[in-house]
Design a protein around this ligand. Structure first.
Ligand SMILES: [Zn+2]
Length: 627
């Protein structure tokens, strides 16, 4: 295994161990030593726990869901592993820790909680006896438990019962369970959840398909998972099958639409397995959450949590299902060691998602997705600045909230790195490499340095290929050799758009045939200062302001804000912002309002919308709008 020589200095020197040659000199160009990449420091900067001293191996969760007081109350019991460690350290934040017990016989012990760090929260240190193998913590959540969103009946689709869901990634699980909250620490779990009779409860585990009569549910996750993948939801939802191994949970008024929208899920699962090996998680189901959910989807094992904004009626946004399903391999099976390595979860998942989409919906469709991704990535890098350290794949989030790293960089730049490798090696070779990668690292974590060594040996050296992985991973901006996707369908749209803009003539557009992706591309390439006449003409014919497709709504509203047409459709925009809590839409729309001197309007809409948003979206917008 040989590696390119790299001048030592700056950022790279902190990541590579330098083995000196006999002469001992190490001055850049003159130096003749060998550089061996070694495993980077894989310590997770966002946890207090020290798994090398004492680590959790199994969790037993026992909680009451108190909708009235908006809190979870109960206990968590852990089986732990250690060699005469004096203590075990857990992460906690916004929790009321009441009592800590040691051993099966539950003898009470003292514990200490450190002062709260604004990002990591507090450490919970529990002294251990040499033979202690079980610890139990009695606790309850508080209004500071940011993973939880408690929704009133009014905030749900059916408006009769309240709804609770959790969002653990990146470091919020510690706000509803005191735990070792690091992606590098995996454990199995069992849980008993008591909710209101008449409501359903589900977790990232084997799930019930019918409501229990008394509101008591038990769960089992037999595969070891990191804490960020523990999830819970409770509300008035029901189950519908979409295939032998797949199904959907949704509120009754959405259930049929959701089952129809996701009817290709089983096909996706079969396609995914054929490409990269057995699906290890039993069933794959989806839960449709209320619109306040801050993300598109969350890959909770066995049960993806999804935004209702993907229910477009024409399956046009089910890329998200392919994405969350792909996480069953990249992320849930092979997990990034720290949030600095997020691209190993997300870049792989976008690549895998596109391969699923290509098999199920065809090359044409996937080319459009790839080109949209490329254009968005270029715009994002321009906005962030070409030399912005956060445009590196390997991030440095120490001392910062790991949520700051959740830009599209790890997703889309990561995707194009894998796409480059695929093009270089050829699909057959690359697929064999990826299958082996998933097998070799199953139920383990991986960090960027390990991946480089693995890929260099198993893909590049094994096939006599030259490729600069370091450049892609450690350099800012977009590498010059990034493949540029082509799409014939988008080329047609571009020609028609030019003709339409020149004459404001709708006959130039063959829009009847357009997919949602063609609409999105069309709106995105329209000039920012498009005239009010053009906007009106489009809106009158295609009713874009009231589109059923949230992606189209979002780009249309953004354009309208920039060119001033938004004053005509103010209500639609406000309604959208108040109803939908998905940060992907909120950030660009509030930013557009801010950038067009409508700061006060943005703040007044936000004041109404804020109670509907999850804490993750609130945090972003509080900052943006000085709230
Ligand atoms: Zn993802």
């Amino acid at each position: 295994m040989t590696f390119k020589r790299i001048a030592v200095g700056g950022y790279l020197s902190t990541l590579f161990l330098v083995l000196l040659c006999a002469c001992g000199g190490n001055k850049s160009d003159e130096w003749t030593g060998v550089l061996l990449p070694v495993e980077e420091d894989s310590t997770d900067p966002h946890t207090y726990s020290k798994p090398e001293i004492a680590v959790i191996t199994h969790m037993d969760l026992d909680l009451d869901v108190d909708f009235k007081a908006k809190k979870l109350v109960g206990s968590v019991t852990y089986k732990i592993k250690h060699e005469k460690a004096p203590e075990i350290i857990l992460d906690t934040r916004g929790l009321k820790i009441k009592q800590v017990m040691l051993g099966e016989q539950e003898s009470e012990t003292s514990f200490s909680i450190s002062p709260e760090d604004s990002i990591k929260g507090s450490s919970l240190t529990i002294p251990l006896a040499p033979l202690t193998r079980v610890i139990k913590i009695y606790y309850e959540t508080t209004e500071k438990s940011n993973a939880l969103q408690w929704l009133s009946p009014q905030q749900t689709a059916d408006k009769v019962h309240p709804f609770l869901y959790t969002q653990g990634q990146p470091i919020l699980t510690r706000t509803w369970i005191p735990t070792q909250d690091s992606p590098g620490i995996r454990f199995t779990y069992d849980a008993t959840i008591r909710t209101l009779p008449g409501l359903m409860a589900v977790m990232s585990a084997e799930n019930p398909r019918q409501k229990s009569h008394d509101g008591v549910y038990t769960f089992k996750q037999v595969n070891p998972v990191p804490a960020y993948l523990i999830a819970l939801a409770s509300g008035d939802f029901q189950f519908a099958e979409t295939g032998p191994r797949t199904g959907v949970y949704a509120e009754l008024s959405l259930l049929q639409a959701a089952a129809a929208e996701f009817s290709d899920t089983d096909k996706m699962l079969n396609v995914a397995e054929k490409m990269y090996g057995t699906y290890n998680w039993g069933r794959y189901d989806l839960l449709v959450l209320p619109p306040s959910f801050p993300f598109g989807g969350m890959e909770n094992p066995c049960l993806t949590f999804a935004t209702p904004t993907i229910l477009a009626g024409d399956k046009s946004l089910t890329t998200l299902v392919a994405h969350e399903l792909a996480h069953s391999w990249s992320g849930n099976l092979v997990t990034n060691a720290t949030w600095n390595d997020l691209w190993l979860n997300e870049g792989f998942t976008v690549y895998f998602e596109r391969r699923i989409m290509e098999e199920v919906y065809g090359v044409d469709f996937t080319e459009m997705l790839n080109l949209l991704t490329y254009n968005n990535l270029k715009t994002l890098i321009t906005k962030m600045g070409n030399d912005n350290p956060d445009t590196r794949l390997k991030m440095d989030l120490e001392g910062r909230n790991p949520d700051d790293g959740l830009t599209r960089i790890p997703y889309d730049k990561g995707f194009f790195l894998l796409k480059s490798l695929e093009q270089l090696a050829g699909r057959k070779t690359f697929d064999a490499f990826l299958s082996q990668y998933f097998k070799d690292h199953a139920y383990q974590t991986i960090q960027t340095g390990q991946f480089i060594i693995y890929a260099q040996e198993k893909l590049l050296n094994a096939n006599k290929l030259e490729f600069d992985l370091n450049d892609w991973i450690y350099t800012t901006g977009l590498p010059a050799d990034c493949p540029v996707p082509q799409s014939d369908r988008f080329e047609k749209v571009e020609k028609q758009t030019k003709a339409f803009v020149a004459k404001n003539d709708l006959k130039k557009l063959e829009a009847k045939e357009w997919s949602a992706q063609e609409w999105i591309h069309f709106i995105k390439i329209l000039p920012r200062d498009l005239s009010a006449d053009h906007m009106e003409n489009l809106d009158r014919s295609f009713n874009l302001s009231n589109s059923r497709n949230a992606e189209i709504q979002a780009v249309w509203y953004e354009l309208a804000i920039f060119n001033g047409y938004s004053s005509n459709i103010q209500e639609s925009i406000s309604d959208f912002l108040i109803k939908v809590g998905r940060r992907k839409y909120l950030s660009p729309l509030y930013t557009a309002l801010k950038e067009t001197d409508q700061y006060e309007l943005a703040r007044s809409i936000y004041a109404k919308a804020r109670p509907n948003y999850h804490s993750i979206s609130q945090q972003t917008l509080d900052q943006m709008l000085d709230f």
